[in-house]
Design a protein around this ligand. Structure first.
Ligand code: NBP
Length: 487
């Protein structure tokens, strides 16, 4: 009586995914390595604890674990990303049968997944690199799952993965095939980058309400709760209002006691690095990542704040009107962030020939994951339209939305700057928007400078466009040009 699927790695994600699978009727084998003196008894603890009485078999011997699973085997790895995945694969290869499927559900780098898909296939196995979002709660009750890799594996793993995925409001599972190679992990990486952006934007909205409108925590929680009824309805807006109302045991608002230094585990940084590699702007997420880094320089900020005290005058605004402007800045900047993120996905798809379906990706993010929101329905609809938009902001619906948001958005950024209150993500988004919508930019001067000092050449605007010229700017330079290429 073989099991339907094996799961390796019984830390928080693995345990909860195993329980989720079992609750959907699957018979599950689980395995965790036993390192003497380190994590002894992980399997026993799980089997005798949360898995007690359930259709879950525990193994401490990897061979027995593999043999317990029905062919073609499906083995999901939920271990720390990086070397552990490679080590585990080396242990598994000699034990597998042709056609067996390995699924890496950790936060692996997509380039590692590219390599692992090839390696597994070269040995006659299939490999699925799948982003899983939703944390502990999603793992147990329904996650957003983004599988990519060996396409032949999809029909085999689809029933299990879709059964443990979250369901969007229309009932569809938040799990669809993403594409070949490391595309599933690439999509998960951009998801995490967008999450960084959303969090920074919400934090700026909070900061403006607190500092320019002098709203208290309950009033701000009311605003977020109100926004959660409208177009910004999302998990992150919802938890923000809960966080603002939360009191600790001493009876005070906990938010006011939390140190203002933000941590990061790297997926935001990876998103930005990969956008740079692809030559694509991803300024909003980059700003969110850099703001976390700057927030961590608490002592330096403290010192600098003594040297440059902000001249805060706390003008009396019409609070209702001003909150509407904050809404405009938040919504418009969020649009910019998603437009940038999806443009990076499109570029990656073109570059690596992944054939990504952007509408399907937007739909997969509607439930289970941290960035889930109703706004993703509008994004999916924009990408599904008969006339695919060149850019998300040029989709007819979003054009209309942005047009109504611009007045409040630019006014809010201008007011915050005058009041010396930082709103880096709101202003980064606005600058991107103005650059994007400028037919002319001062890059002509940048090209002239590059040619002046490095003979990097330039193109002309006139009928000679398409050829590269080098000017002898000083009268004593030579005619030798540098190679014309972009990196
Ligand atoms: P961790 O990322 O903390 O990984 C711990 C697991 O990896 C343990 O089972 C550990 O075994 C195992 N492991 C390690 Br470490 N090295 C190993 C090796 N060389 N061989 C075999 N197993 C090894 O756990 P997690 O937080 O559950 O995350 C699992 C994956 O899911 C990660 O890639 C993570 O980035 C990703 N993820 C996490 C979340 C989240 O909210 N936590 C959300 C989405 C995705 P041991 O017990 O013997 O040490």
């Amino acid at each position: 009586n073989k099991t339907d699927i094996g799961l390796i790695g019984l830390a928080v994600m693995g345990e909860n995914l195993a329980l989720n699978m079992e609750s959907k009727g699957w018979h599950v084998s689980v395995y965790n390595r036993t390192v003497p003196g380190v994590e002894e008894g992980v399997v026993e603890r799980f089997i005798n604890g949360r898995a007690k009485g359930k259709n879950i078999e525990g193994f401490t011997d990897i061979k027995a674990f593999v043999e317990s699973i029905a062919l073609p085997r499906k083995i999901m790895m939920m271990v720390r990303a990086g070397k552990p995945v490679d080590e585990l694969m080396e242990q598994l290869f000699p034990l597998l049968s042709p056609g067996d499927i390995l699924i890496d559900g950790g936060n692996s780098n997509y380039e590692d997944t590219n390599r692992r898909v090839k390696l597994a296939e070269s040995k006659g196995f299939l490999f699925v690199g799948s982003g899983v979002s939703g944390g502990e709660e999603g793992a147990l009750n329904g996650a957003s799952i983004m599988p990519g890799g060996s396409e032949k594996a999809w029909q085999e793993v689809k029933p299990i993965l879709q059964s443990i995925a979250a369901k969007a409001l229309d009932g569809s599972p938040c799990c669809e095939w993403v594409g070949p190679a490391g595309s599933g992990h690439f999509v998960k990486m951009i998801h995490n980058g967008i999450e960084y952006g959303d969090m920074q934007l919400i934090a700026e909205a909070y900061w403006v309400m607190k500092n320019l409108l002098d709203l208290n925590n309950e009033e701000m929680a009311d605003v977020f709760e109100y926004w959660n009824e409208g177009k910004l309805r999302s998990y992150l807006i919802e938890i923000t209002s809960n966080i603002l109302r939360h009191k600790d045991k001493a009876g005070g608002y906990l938010i006011d006691k939390i140190l203002d230094t933000a941590g990061q585990k790297g997926t935001g940084k990876w998103s930005v690095i990969n956008a740079m590699e692809l030559g694509m702007p991803l300024g909003l997420i980059a700003t969110a990542v850099f703001e976390r880094s700057l927030s961590a320089q608490k002592d330096l900020r403290h010192l600098a704040s003594k040297q440059f005290p902000h001249s805060h005058i706390m003008p009396v605004y019409n609070k209702v009107e001003f909150v509407k402007e904050i809404f405009s800045a938040l919504y418009a900047s969020k649009l910019v962030s998603y437009a940038q993120g999806f443009a990076v996905l499109q570029r990656a798809s073109d570059t690596f020939d992944w054939q990504l379906n952007l509408a399907s990706i937007a739909r997969m993010w509607r439930g289970g994951c941290i960035i889930r929101s109703i706004f993703l329905n509008d994004i999916a609809a924009a990408f599904e339209a008969a006339n695919k938009p060149e850019h998300l902001l040029l989709a007819p619906y979003f054009q209309q939305e942005i047009k109504t948001l611009i007045p409040g958005w630019k006014n809010l950024v201008a007011e915050a700057m005058k009041e010396e209150l930082p709103v880096p993500a709101f202003s980064s988004a606005l600058n991107y928007f103005y650059s994007l919508t400028s037919a002319d930019l001062p890059a002509n001067l940048v090209q002239a400078q590059r040619d002046y000092f490095g003979a990097h050449t330039f193109e002309r605007k006139d009928e000679l466009r398409g050829q590269f010229f080098h000017e002898n700017w000083t009268g004593h330079g030579g005619d030798t040009k540098s190679g014309t290429y972009n990196v």
